[in-house]
Design a protein around this ligand. Structure first.
Ligand code: DC
Length: 227
C-alpha cells in the first residue's frame, strides 16, 4: 500500500509572507518546502534569456518544450532552481523576473507544462507548497489549505524594507504600484487565478507580526492534521 503523503497548501498574493511561513512550517513538520513561484520565475527567466517578451505567446509556445527544470535541495536547505543544467536560484529574484513570471503564468500552455512537476513533488514527498493556485488547482485534495493575505499597503511596506535592507534603491510608491499591478494580473487571469479555495482558512496578517502569523498558521495545522 502506498504511504500517505501530507500536503499543506499556502496561497495568497505577492508579499503576504507565504515563503517565510511555508519554510518555517515545513521545517517544523519535517516536510519539503516547494516554492512554486520560483518555478514560474524559472520559465520567465528562460523566455527572457531567449530575448522573447513575456506576452509573446507564439514564441513561448515554441520554446516551452526546450525548458528543462530540476529542483534540488542541497545542504544549505534552500530550494535551488536548475534550468537546463545551470543554477539560476539567485538570478530569478529581480523585479523584472517577478513581472515576467506574473505575465507568462497567465498562459495555459505554461501552467499545464508545470502542473505535473508540482503534483509529482507532492506524490513523492510530504510538502508545504506555496503559490497562487495550490489549494484550488494543483492540490485540491491538500490536507490543509491556508490563504495568507494582508492589505496591499502593509505588503508593500514589508517588501520595501526588505529591498532597502538588500541595498536596492526603490521608493515605497514604486513597490506598491508594482505589487498592485501583479495582484491585478494574478487575480484577473482566466486560468487558475489567485483565489482562496472554498475550504481554505484565511489568515489576514495585516495586524499581525511574523511570530503571531506563524502561531496562527501552526494552530490551523494542528487542528487539521493533529500534528
Ligand atoms: O510567489 P512569486 O512572487 O515568486 O510568484 C511569481 C509569479 O508567478 C506570480 O506573480 C504569479 C506566478 N505564480 C502563479 O501563477 N502560480 C503559482 N502557483 C505561483 C506563482
Amino acid at each position: 500500500m502506498e504511504e500517505k503523503r501530507y500536503a499543506v497548501a499556502i496561497d495568497g498574493p505577492s508579499g503576504a509572507g507565504k515563503s517565510t511561513m511555508a519554510r518555517r512550517i515545513a521545517n517544523d513538520l519535517g516536510f519539503v518546502y516547494v516554492d512554486t513561484g520560483a518555478i514560474y520565475r524559472t520559465v520567465g527567466y528562460y523566455i527572457h534569456l531567449c530575448g522573447i517578451g513575456p506576452r509573446d505567446i507564439h514564441q513561448i509556445t515554441r520554446l516551452i518544450d526546450d525548458i528543462n527544470i530540476t529542483i534540488t535541495y542541497p545542504e544549505d536547505g534552500i530550494q535551488h532552481m536548475i534550468l537546463n543544467g545551470q543554477d539560476i536560484t539567485q538570478e530569478i529574484r529581480t523585479p523584472l523576473m517577478s513581472d515576467y513570471a506574473s505575465k507568462i503564468s497567465a498562459f495555459p500552455v505554461v501552467r499545464s507544462f508545470l502542473l505535473d512537476m508540482q503534483r509529482d513533488m507532492a506524490r513523492r514527498h510530504n510538502v508545504v507548497m506555496d503559490g497562487r493556485d495550490i489549494g484550488t488547482v494543483v492540490l485540491p485534495q491538500a490536507d490543509v489549505k491556508i490563504f495568507l493575505t494582508a492589505s496591499s499597503e502593509v505588503r508593500a511596506h514589508r517588501r520595501f524594507l526588505e529591498l532597502q535592507e538588500r541595498g536596492e534603491t526603490v521608493t515605497y510608491e514604486k513597490v506598491l504600484a508594482d505589487l498592485q499591478q501583479r495582484d491585478t494580473q494574478d487575480s484577473s487571469r482566466a486560468i487558475a487565478p489567485l483565489r482562496a479555495a472554498k475550504d481554505a482558512v484565511t489568515v489576514d496578517s495585516t495586524q499581525l507580526d511574523l511570530e503571531q502569523t506563524v502561531a496562527a498558521i501552526r494552530k490551523i495545522i494542528r487542528e487539521k492534521l493533529g500534528l
